[in-house]
Design a protein around this ligand. Structure first.
Ligand code: COA
Length: 684
């Protein structure tokens, strides 16, 4: 049987990456066309270590904002819709054409230039899901500056950390976010608090005023400015800034992701590789090819999924992106996503399994989806893409059945696996695979069959391998560490912001520079499908957000009554996992959970709050070298929520005292049978 086109394309990308990616690079407009696809080099660190590194399109120069906006206007598509904003929480809807977007982006870029932003500077955005956020991002890029978008749910302390780390010159923000049905959430305390706490101060803070809650005292002497006023003045004066191209290897943006220690890691995306890789992925994997194709990504611009598939990818392709401000449920109900699919004739939707679990809880029989489907309103829907956490087979199968009944011919659920580091899916199933190096935009292929429970097959350029703890490849079907061969596909990161040492230590050192460590475990089955089983224990995946156990432990340990804490994940029906703490004290003070959560909200944000804790002496197992055995505690919790109270969790032979595990097991049983855990268990 002839191989499937997806397999052929993948083979071509691995066998001859230069030829494959040079061909893809031709799909974009370059200021200076690259003559080479990539160059390998050796990076030497001050510590004396060195590692193999690489750069994509080394002699190319590009403007990503030109490719996302102006290129389409110049091609005669100025009247096509670039952005559809749908905000049930503010009762607003807006369509922005490519020509309008160009006008807004060029004007704001002019404003930012006047405020002192130039090529290579960092602009930090702390913004809700409103069009101004996308315009701010594109205007930054238009000047050849670098953006760092921080999720609007992070606390002042987290924002301060990122402000200090990025040394941002300007902050773009808004007067408020609107958090689901809860209403406006003023940003002023967070932004001012962050500026106060950070040793590095921005020169300017531009505030987008929203009617729902205004930032009433903009203090000019502190650099605060009214965004809309500056734009109005710029328009009155006809002020605009043109695109400033950058070197392909220059940074386009920094995105902070949870690290194993409290400090977030600043993943750097290179301009040229990002544009080329995303332009391929949005066509190849998501089937968004150009004007008329609509992508709805229900994420937040603060996460990598939002960067790639709300902002850049659909605009690079010249398609339409739906920017949604709301929640899958409660704004106003579990039909919101499906209303958007119908109203805007969405072709591909992207969301996290958590959102679908939330919808399933409110609408277990899928009455809303079925209702719209029966009207024939979802016939244009080609794919439902899921990522951010493991998609359980029940969810994949349920939505596959719905899509087969009501979606476009061959419509499928595409589970895909990736991270802030990879910038685009490392595995998935493609809708438009094309053949060989060539990628045929006209042909819809029947995607490879889905396998619920697997995140599909590797995407072009991501050479995924499974290795044991010594870095040796294991045979097919065996579990191991998921690693990547060098180079990564062009959307992949090549370093951390001003911290090559940490890049090496976090990703390359473990396997002596031979592989990039993804931090995930899993296996590749006999058909080449990748199954991603679990994350390493220092990161918890909560509602498809990566949170650092170390950072939560730090917040918990800041409580005067707590001398030691271990934070692990507890299974949760809706969010996949939620944080849970083991605390070494025998007599917890009253209201400890609330006090701890107040501290977590203050230092990280509300998304990281604990579901509960167990407080007892001698329940945190350690290795002889002092490493906390979080996995053992996590297993004890998993056994307990499954009702297997007496099952022993596993632990390594290097454990300091096995009796601690037994004590932890007994404490867990007591918590779920007699303590506060009774309620948690009843909900599972
Ligand atoms: N700004 C401010 N606060 C925010 C926020 C934001 N952008 N996002 C979340 N929060 C707050 C919430 O208000 C909540 O605060 P509370 O504890 O005071 O009530 C807390 O953070 C936890 O929020 P969340 O995890 O969103 O839980 P929820 O119960 O409000 O909603 C879901 C549950 C399932 C609806 C929600 O988690 C969801 O939409 N998940 C999908 C996730 C997703 O799309 N991820 C993108 C990755 S691809």
């Amino acid at each position: 049987m002839a191989p499937h086109p997806q397999d052929v394309a993948y083979e071509a990308s691995i066998k001859d990456p230069s030829a494959f990616w040079s061909h893809q690079a031709k799909q974009l407009t370059w200021h200076s066309t690259p003559t080479t696809a990539f160059r390998k080099k050796t990076t030497k660190l001050q510590s004396g270590a060195s590692y193999p590194s690489w750069t994509w399109f080394p002699d190319g120069e590009i403007s990503t904002s030109y490719n996302c906006v102006d290129r389409h206007v110049e091609a005669g598509h100025g009247n096509e819709t670039a952005i559809i904003w749908d905000s049930p929480v503010s009762n607003s809807k807006q369509k922005i054409s490519y020509a309008e977007l160009q006008e807004e982006v060029a004007t704001l870029a002019g404003v930012l230039r006047e405020e002192g932003v130039k090529k290579g500077d960092v602009v930090l955005l702390y913004m809700p899901m409103i069009p101004a956020a996308l315009i701010g991002i594109l205007a930054t890029v238009r000047l050849g500056a670098i953006h760092a978008v921080v999720f609007g749910g992070f606390s002042a302390a987290s924002l301060a950390q990122r402000l200090e780390a990025s040394k941002a010159k300007v902050i773009l923000t808004a007067s408020c976010g609107i958090e689901g049905a809860k209403g406006p959430l003023p940003y002023k305390p967070m932004v001012r608090g962050a500026v106060k706490q950070s040793p590095h101060k921005p020169h300017k803070v531009l505030v987008w005023q929203r009617e729902q809650s205004r930032w009433d005292d903009v203090i000019e002497k502190d650099g605060e400015r009214q965004w809309q006023r500056l734009v109005k003045s710029a328009k009155d004066r006809g002020l605009r800034a043109e695109n400033v191209p950058v070197k392909s290897s220059d940074g386009l943006y920094i995105i902070y992701t949870s690290g194993t220690t409290g400090l977030p890691k600043g993943v750097v995306r290179e301009a040229g590789g990002h544009a080329v890789g995303l332009n391929l992925s949005v066509r190849y994997l998501f089937g968004i090819r150009g004007p008329g194709d609509v992508l709805f990504t229900a994420s937040d611009i603060g996460w990598v999924v939002g960067h790639s598939y709300i902002i850049y990818a659909p605009l690079l392709a010249g398609g339409t992106t739906v920017l949604f401000e709301g929640k899958p449920i409660g704004t106003p109900n579990a039909d919101t996503f499906w209303r958007i699919l119908e109203e805007y004739k969405v072709n591909t939707m992207f969301t996290a399994p958590t959102a679908l679990r939330a919808i399933r809880k409110e609408d277990p029989e899928n009455k809303f989806f079925e209702g719209r489907g029966r009207k024939g309103a979802l016939k244009g829907l080609r794919a439902l893409c899921l990522a951010g956490e493991r998609s359980e087979p029940a969810i994949v199968s349920m939505y596959q059945e719905l899509l087969s009944k009501h979606g476009a011919p061959n419509a499928c659920v595409i589970d895909n696996w990736w991270s802030s580091e990879s910038g685009s899916p490392m595995t998935g199933l493609s809708l438009l695979p094309g053949t060989g190096r060539q990628f045929d935009e006209r042909t819809w292929h029947k995607p490879l069959p889905i396998k619920p429970g697997s995140a599909g097959k590797p995407m072009p350029g991501f050479d995924v391998r499974i290795v044991d703890d010594d870095g040796k490849e294991v045979s097919g079907g065996e579990m191991g560490n998921i690693v990547l061969n060098i180079p990564l596909a062009p959307t992949g990161f090549t370093t951390l912001w001003k911290d090559e040492e940490r890049f090496y230590k976090s990703y390359l050192k473990r396997f002596d520079g031979k592989w990039i460590d993804t931090g995930d475990a899993g296996m590749i089955d006999e058909d080449g499908y990748v199954h991603v089983m679990s994350r390493s224990d220092d990161i918890i995946n909560v509602a498809a957000h990566r949170l650092s156990t170390g950072a939560i432990e730090q917040a918990v340990s800041s409580h005067p009554a707590v001398t030691e804490a271990a934070v692990v994940s507890l299974p949760d029906q809706m969010k996949g996992h939620v944080p849970f703490a083991f605390i070494a004290i025998s007599d917890p003070p009253p209201n400890l959970l609330k006090d701890l959560n107040d501290r977590i909200r203050h230092s990280i944000g509300p998304i990281a709050t604990l579901a509960g804790f167990i407080a007892a002496q001698g329940v945190i197992p350690k290795t002889r070298s002092g490493k906390t055995l979080r996995r053992t505690l996590k297993e004890a919790l998993e056994h307990a929520v499954a009702g297997d109270f007496d099952k022993d969790p596993s632990y390594p032979s290097t454990i300091e005292d096995p009796a601690v595990v037994e004590k932890a097991k007994v404490a867990v049983k007591d918590y779920f049978m007699n303590g506060a855990g009774k309620e948690i268990k009843a909900k599972l």
